[in-house]
Design a protein around this ligand. Structure first.
Ligand code: MLT
Ligand code: ZN
Length: 479
């Protein structure tokens, strides 16, 4: 892949002006490393167009020079998806200046957002209009719409509202040749063949640059109830979720599984946090139920459901919004606390929902037996069959563990997941972190189709190279 020529860099600087173009090391440094500090890259320049037309022209210039582009939003990828490689040939294409909510229509239940709109800002704008964008995750203060679309993000409300695939009505994107695909439709039905919007969702910037998305809104929350529950096993947790759904239907929005070990990490590393329950429990669940404005509060039904049966060891209902937020802070700080604690390998995996409790217990036992000293920290979205099956290094190990023994641990975890019919990426994507394992376990048909699509839309391979699409095996390369 070519490095940009001085003439190309001059053209980009002239096109984008000083706010949209920099080669300054200090300005670029924060964007050359991923959130966890695991991947470090170099870039020839950072470009930050302010409009879709500027994106299109910049892409055309790069396409003519065969220069790679690495799109970046909030830089919150968990798989190194927005970090360039070490060659220094790529340009980082930051979408952060494209941060306008172009329209928010409560009648149509749609918000058209540019790629750089931060999720928390969209939440606020929707709420001010009596609506809600029902996708939330711990990185909501930094994660941007373009990244959420490009990774098909999930989060803590997928249980009720689905992931980005379900919440995107249409997108606008600049394709690798610089042409503009305008799919920002308000049409609820559109059957003109291949669905380009869905193809770009989860493509991790390998097929083009998402510049805007039209996102589905739902009614604002009128009342919510948040509970913290102590449980003995993941089996009990899933059984409780099903009981709650039987009694409360679609009101249950979130059901997050937290082991005592993860809670301990948060309490140790995140200032101002306190144990939610009086005693320790092997497992915990954070439950949220909500009702729209004018509908009865879900609280009595949740209190009754938690009180019925033998599954719950202990439970507390948040007595105020502040306490509800404090419960959520415990859950949403797990990744940060784990990072502060020391090296760990992350495995964002899924298996069929009914299989997850058994998988969790058996896989944890197998990994802890085969790799003495490691500590499984498995938490997350039980109701989606998606758990972050993270494995912490033995105490006192340095960061080098991740690439050495940690890689062997990952190998083992992904073998176990594959044997259970699961996926090695449930919501974080493949990025660069999982490229090798995806090549190993993705399956011939899936990988061939991915490569064919990539080759058709981006024949020069300039869009986010080295991410998501594993290169073909050497034998195929030679043909
Ligand atoms: C979460 O649900 O907190 C994340 O996706 C983070 C993680 O995998 O560590
Ligand atoms: Zn998650």
């Amino acid at each position: 892949m070519a490095a940009p020529s001085p003439a190309l860099l001059d053209s980009l600087a002239a096109l984008l002006g000083p706010k949209g173009f920099t080669r300054d090391c200090d300005a670029m440094t924060p964007w050359l490393t991923d959130w966890r500090g695991r991947f470090h890259g170099r870039a020839a320049a950072l470009i930050a167009p302010a409009t879709r037309e500027e994106v299109a022209q910049a892409v055309r210039l790069c396409a003519s020079g065969g220069v790679p582009l690495v799109p970046q939003g909030g830089n919150t990828s968990m798989v190194g998806g927005a970090t360039p490689d070490a060659s220094g040939h790529a340009l980082i294409l930051s979408l952060r200046r494209m941060n306008r909510i172009r329209s928010l229509d409560p009648e149509a239940n749609l918000a058209v957002c540019e790629a750089g709109v931060v999720l928390a800002n969209l939440h606020e704008a929707a709420q001010a209009a009596g609506r809600r964008f029902p996708l939330s995750l711990a990185a909501k203060g930094s994660a941007t719409v373009g990244g959420l679309v490009s990774t098909n993000a999930g989060g803590t409300q997928v249980l009720r509202f689905g992931n980005m695939r379900r919440l995107v009505q249409g997108i606008e994107a600049v394709l690798p040749d610089g042409s503009l695909f305008d799919g920002l439709t308000a049409l609820r039905k559109d059957n003109r063949g291949y669905d380009l919007t869905q193809l770009m969702i989860g493509a991790e910037g390998t097929l083009g640059i998402v510049t805007a998305a039209s996102l589905k809104l739902v009614p604002a929350i009128g009342s919510r109830v948040v509970a913290w529950v102590g449980l003995a096993t993941p089996v009990a947790a899933l059984a409780l979720l099903r009981q709650l759904e039987d009694r409360m239907g679609g009101a249950v929005e979130s059901f997050e599984l937290v082991p005592q070990g993860a809670l301990d990490l948060v309490l140790a590393h995140i200032p101002g946090t306190r144990p939610p329950l009086a005693r320790r429990h092997e497992w915990h669940a954070l439950v949220e139920a909500a009702a729209p404005v004018g509908a009865p509060s879900p609280e009595p039904a949740l209190v009754e459901a938690l009180g019925a049966g033998e599954l719950v060891e202990d439970a507390v209902i948040a007595a105020s919004e502040a306490q509800a937020d404090a419960f959520w802070r415990l859950r949403e700080s797990i990744a940060e606390a784990e990072k502060q604690d020391g090296p760990a390998v992350k495995h964002d995996i899924s298996v069929a929902v009914p299989d997850m409790p058994g998988f969790l217990v058996e896989a944890a036992a197998a990994v802890e037996r085969d790799f003495p000293g490691v500590r499984v920290n498995a938490f997350g979205h039980l109701g989606d069959g998606n758990i972050h099956f993270n494995v912490r290094a033995p105490a006192g190990t340095d960061a080098g563990w991740i690439e050495g023994a940690g890689a062997e641990v990952s190998h083992r975890v992904y073998d176990l997941v594959t044997a259970a019919g699961g996926s090695i990426s449930a919501e974080h994507g493949i990025g660069q972190m999982k490229l090798g394992e995806f090549a190993r376990l993705g399956g011939a048909a899936r990988l061939a189709a991915l490569r064919a699509i990539k080759g058709a839309l981006d024949p020069a391979g300039i869009m986010n190279p080295g991410k998501l699409v594993p290169p073909p095996p050497l034998a195929e390369n030679r043909r």
